[in-house]
Ligand binder design. Sequence first.
Ligand code: SF4
Length: 130
Amino acid sequence: MYEQGVIRPPSEAWSLLIRVTRNCPWNQCLFCPAYKGTKFSRRSVEEVKADIDAMAGEYGKNIHMIKTAFLQDADSLILKTEQILEILRHLKARFPGIERVTTYARANTLKRKSVEEFLQLKEAAGQQRL
Ligand code: SF4
């Protein structure tokens, strides 16, 4: 068993959905009903890694078919960079065929990370570009 959120971009229909947080830490955009009435929480790295292991077990010998992953929910980069790096490294170790990892993030969250942190995230995800 593993936990997944219900919201993902349409373009991620075939992606592995990795829930690293629950709901939205901001939840104040007037136009957005997506997470109204819900409470934000962070998931522990150990919980997320256990989910990745459970998914890997489910895919079994078809694991190389998985090429993309999406980190949920609304603002995944609010986690500490070292936590995201640990999750990405575990994801790449268990799903070696993954070529692209995407996520949602608020601008205010992004501006708190340094260029060096983004480069570390890019390398851990094994991507050609950010
Ligand atoms: S940050 Fe995103 S998910 Fe959160 S309230 Fe605004 S639009 Fe909705």
